[in-house]
Design a protein around this ligand. Structure first.
Ligand SMILES: [Fe+2]
Ligand SMILES: [Fe+2]
Length: 266
């Protein structure tokens, strides 16, 4: 039986969505949303300003000019990319719990990979793909809260991620895709993001599977212990992701992820 709802209801502190993300999302849905409003919000946070400027001046976007103002940075990036970067920075404390020091990094590599693949192969909106990839494992935050000691034994597992989730079911009577989709619902995330979180380990169980499938493929490609036979060529074909050279693709994803990590953690 699925115990996800019981487990979450028994938790004393369900993580709240970071305040700055709530503000940005509210802004996105209001008619006043624009570059000046977003720039004002970013300016309230010195660290965020520095990171945003570092990233727009990096090779990640390759704008090719020196950008010194936040307004200019946001105009060049656009509203959604800026918002995604704010999400990536603001989620750092939630994704950096003890025993999962690498979860924030893993989320950034996955985000960078999903954005890159979505854009290069023209599959879905790259900005949406970024946030799907970035938030795909938020359910792990909840499992860690349920029983951090038990959960930490999973963090060192070297097995295929889609098998790992079966292990979680055995030990927790739920898994991070279920806890993640409940958290996504509490945070009122859009349906497509919720689906990517819910189905990233079994993308073919949902009708609109392109987003969840991209996350599934990238999540596997960015595993440290990745093995060639883990690449699901059938799934890739189903979403018209025709990769000639998987190791070159992995390298590109890691390069992009490394830039994101460098600029956003400085
Ligand atoms: Fe996962
Ligand atoms: Fe993952």
């Amino acid at each position: 039986m699925d115990k996800t709802i019981d487990l979450i209801n028994n938790l004393k502190d369900i993580p709240a969505m970071p305040h700055v993300i709530v503000k940005v999302l509210r802004m996105l849905h209001s008619e006043k949303a624009g570059v000046p409003e977003l720039a004002n919000l970013v300016r309230c946070d010195q660290a965020l300003c520095t990171k945003l400027l570092a990233l727009v001046n990096s090779a990640y976007y390759g704008f090719g000019k020196h950008i010194v103002s936040i307004n200019m940075a946001i105009s060049l990036l656009g509203f959604k990319k800026t918002m995604n970067l704010i999400i990536a920075v603001a989620m750092n404390p939630l994704l950096s719990f003890q025993g999962a020091k690498s979860l924030w990094y893993h989320s950034l590599y996955t985000a960078a990979g999903c954005e890159y693949i979505a854009e290069k192969y023209k599959l879905i909106n790259p900005d949406d793909a970024f946030v799907m990839g970035f938030l795909h494992d938020i359910g792990k935050i909840v499992l860690n809260l349920i029983d951090s000691e038990r959960y930490q034994t999973f963090m060192s597992n070297d097995i295929h991620p889609d098998l790992n989730i079966q292990d979680e079911r055995l030990k927790f009577e739920t898994d991070h895709s279920s806890t993640g989709s409940l958290l996504a619902a509490r945070w009122q995330l859009p349906e497509s993001i919720k689906d990517a979180i819910r189905y990233h380990h079994y993308p073919l169980k949902v009708e609109n599977f392109v987003g969840p499938a991209i996350v599934n493929i990238v999540n596997i490609l960015v595993q440290e212990k990745y093995q060639d036979e883990w690449f699901d060529g059938e799934l890739a074909k189903m979403i018209k992701l025709n990769v000639d050279d998987v190791s070159a693709l992995r390298e590109e994803i890691f390069n992009r992820g490394n830039i994101l990590i460098k600029e956003l953690s400085s």
